[in-house]
Design a protein around this ligand. Structure first.
Ligand code: MLT
Length: 318
């Protein structure tokens, strides 16, 4: 009987699919690397979210592994090259989290423009800070969307009704892909200089690592705010803290971090102009259910029928 190792929490419906297909489940969803690493050599399939790092060391131990299924979009936590060398297929579920991530982004933009979290906190501390927490309207402002693919487009559609001017940058898309009355495509420096709000929707890869660093923050308007519901590492976190503390930019709303979970000394904690959420972009009932069903169906279909859906590599290429 083939075995599936699960090392991050997924919705129960995914387990049902795997059990009904006759797989033996090695459930290490709430365990440490030290615990699951010993059973990894037994696994034929490995289901993860962003909390597990299948790096080269782990992959080399996975003697029987045929597939890594990532319940979610981001694959920066997986050493895909090491998997390819070892004949292991890597798949993700690119569509399922889109709406949840877009809705969380809209929430973060509203929260950072109107000091929602700061207002709530100050009331809990017994303070009525009405005059200290003056926000800014979105109407008439410019929103810069970095990464105009699935999630970026859903954010744009949802914010269209707020009367924002929308500009976008995407290394793989041009103005021909968008109606200019909905989104004007510009280069990254223009977007950085002209935006009142910048929202990031690119993956973490070599070219996007530290894309927003102190030099880029200095190009932004002093009144601008940045939102990251994409991936930690795209913004340099200590540079952002510096920019927020020294008034180089006005505010930030951050859902994702270079190392998760963050520790109590993280430079973005307790800054008055920065709101943080603990990687909640895809934490909805619908998205969790959706990625669990999608990834477990994909893993089953690969192990039983050799069907490849949303494969990110092809280890069988010559
Ligand atoms: C994703 O990449 O799908 C989201 O960030 C959620 C997750 O990390 O699982």
């Amino acid at each position: 009987m083939k075995k599936i190792l699960v090392t991050d929490p997924i919705a129960e419906s995914g387990y049902t699919i795997l059990r009904e297909a006759g797989f033996d489940i090695l459930d290490y969803a709430n365990s440490s690397r030290e615990e699951w690493i010993h059973v990894l050599p037994e696994a034929h399939g490995w289901v993860i979210r962003s909390g597990t790092n299948p790096d080269e060391e782990a992959i080399q131990k996975a003697d029987n592994l045929e597939i890594i299924g990532r319940a979610g979009v981001g694959v920066d936590n997986i050493d895909i090259q090491a998997a390819t060398r070892q004949g292991i297929v890597v798949m993700n579920t690119p569509d399922v989290n889109t709406i949840s991530a877009a809705e969380h982004t809209v929430g973060m933009i509203l929260a950072v423009s109107r000091n929602l979290a700061q207002g709530h906190e100050s009331l809990n501390r017994g303070q009525w800070n009405r005059h200290a927490l003056v926000g800014t309207e979105l109407f008439g402002k410019t929103l810069g969307i970095v990464g105009c693919g699935k999630i970026g487009s859903e954010v744009r559609k949802r914010l269209q009704s707020f009367g924002l001017n929308m500009i976008g940058y995407d290394p793989f898309l041009t103005q021909d892909d968008f109606d200019p009355s909905h989104l004007k495509i510009v280069d990254l420096d223009t977007l950085t200089r002209e935006s009142d709000f910048i929202t990031l929707h690119v993956p973490l890869v070599k070219d996007t690592k530290d894309l927003f660093n102190v030099d880029r923050f200095k190009m932004m308007k002093k009144t601008a705010r940045i939102i990251n519901v994409a991936r930690g590492g795209i913004i340099n976190e200590s540079d952002l803290a510096h920019a927020l503390i020294h008034g180089i930019i006005a505010g930030a709303a951050i859902d994702v971090f270079e190392n998760e979970p963050i520790d109590e000394n993280h430079p973005l904690l307790n800054l008055p102009n920065c709101i943080l959420t603990p990687h909640l972009g895809a934490s909805t009932k619908e998205a969790k259910e959706g990625v669990s069903l999608a990834v477990c169906n994909q893993v089953r279909d690969y192990l039983v029928h050799k069907n490849m859906t949303f494969a990110l590599n092809n280890p069988f290429e010559d």
